[in-house]
Design a protein around this ligand. Structure first.
Ligand code: 3PG
Ligand code: MG
Length: 401
């Protein structure tokens, strides 16, 4: 795909210029501590590059869903110290992202300074993409950089509106995400495999429908595989299963047939009578031998081996969602084993592997292989919408005319 967005390379001389940078600082926190700083680390290349080029770096970001109210519990202020430590630079805090207070504070900043502006979602106009808020934010900057792919599924003032109001550029993380996603599904090398797991088919129907037309192998795991097994007439016992969606599952089987996509479902599974760590009732069975009082909680080892063989024939892998209930042992085994295979194939150079979305990163971290994938997206909802084949408004707004 020809790149149709501008990057930091296209900004020219920005010394002394004010650059509004949309980042995703929406990180999990507990007791005032950041529990996963992946998204903060993802901002470092753009923020340091701009500061080193002498820009006044003004970071716009949301935190939580304060719904247009000033909610001190969702202030970005407590993030400033951990963020500053991570960057190894001083970071200032400005108590608003628009209006007089912000204008006055920004006017005191010098070339190379970095500031985090208060939660954009404290303003009602943010989620409404209100032109008045866009104008008020635009007054603070000369340029706009969107580096927040993970918020690009939102058409908000700071993610979409500003791109039309100021000269707009993709940041380094945005660039890396778009390049990786293009390699994974836009213009991938075939054969392409997709792993789609997670609890429910209902949340990923659009993803599956889109993928069967794009990929050569669709590996379905997690609770959602049970709905597909049920559609095939398998008795899934007490397993999580959306029986009302077996019609949709059959529609996906048909669409896959027509598109020449092979759907892979587990033929052996790990079951238990209760969902607990290492329960006494755990056993591995053929998928046709699940008892009425058992639940399927993971893909079985024989199926994992067969899936590993599928990956060995593929050049590209896109992964979203765990194969089993990976938070609780031993139901993490399939996810860990297949993730390790994917990581090893990636290291050998035979596979481009791209993963993203909610639990996926946690699952790959648990397997200890996130660093060995070609690319791990920082996005949750945005990754899913991209896997559905949708245009993300924050990305579309960066595209050159
Ligand atoms: C996320 O956490 O997925 C992004 O930061 C977007 O947040 P949102 O789902 O509240 O829009
Ligand atoms: Mg979200």
């Amino acid at each position: 795909m020809p790149r149709n967005f501008k990057t930091l390379d296209d900004m020219g001389d920005i010394a002394g210029k004010r650059v509004l940078v949309r980042e995703d600082l929406n990180v999990p926190m507990a007791d005032g501590q950041v529990t996963d700083d992946t998204r903060l680390r993802a901002t470092i290349p753009t923020v340091t590059e701009l500061a080193d080029k002498g820009a006044i770096v003004l970071i716009l970001a949301h935190f939580g869903r304060p719904k247009g109210e000033r909610n001190p519990e969702m202030s970005l202020a407590p993030l400033v110290r951990p963020y500053s430590n991570l960057l190894g630079r001083e970071v200032r805090f400005v108590g608003d992202c628009a209006g007089e207070e912000a204008e006055e504070a920004v006017a005191t900043l010098k070339a190379g300074d970095i500031a985090v502006l208060e939660n954009t979602r404290f303003h009602k106009g943010e989620e409404k993409n209100d032109p008045e808020l866009v104008d008020a934010m635009a007054k603070l900057g000369d340029f706009y950089v969107n580096d927040a792919f993970s918020a690009a599924h939102r058409a908000h003032a700071s993610t979409e509106g500003l791109a039309h109001r100021l000269p707009a550029f993709a940041g380094r993380q945005m660039e890396a995400e778009l390049d990786a996603l293009d390699k994974a599904l836009g213009n991938p090398e075939h054969p392409v495999a997709a792993v789609v797991g997670g609890a429910k088919v209902s949340t990923k129907l659009d993803v599956l429908e889109h993928l069967v037309a794009q990929v050569d192998h669709l590996i379905i795991g997690g609770g959602m595989a049970n709905t597909f097994l049920a559609a095939r007439g398998v008795n899934v016992g007490k397993s999580l299963c959306e029986h009302e969606l077996t019609g949709e599952a059959n529609g996906i089987f048909d669409a896959a047939d027509q598109a020449g996509c092979t759907i892979h479902l587990p033929y052996d599974v790990v079951v238990a009578k209760e969902f607990a760590a290492n329960p006494p009732s755990v056993r591995t069975v053929n998928v046709h031998e699940v008892a009425a009082d058992e639940m399927i909680l993971d893909v079985g080892p024989a199926a994992v081996e067969a899936l590993a063989d599928v990956l060995k024939t593929c050049r590209t892998l896109v992964w979203n969602g765990p194969l089993g209930a990976f938070e609780v042992p031993p139901f993490d085994a399939a996810t860990v084993a297949l993730a390790k295979t994917a990581a090893a194939l990636t290291k050998e150079g035979s596979l481009v592997s791209v993963a993203g979305g909610g639990d996926t990163v946690a699952a790959l971290n648990h397997a200890g292989v996130a660093g060995d994938f070609t690319f791990v997206s920082t996005a949750g909802g945005a990754f899913l919408e991209w896997m559905e084949g949708r245009t993300l408004p924050g990305v579309a707004a960066l595209e050159r005319e």
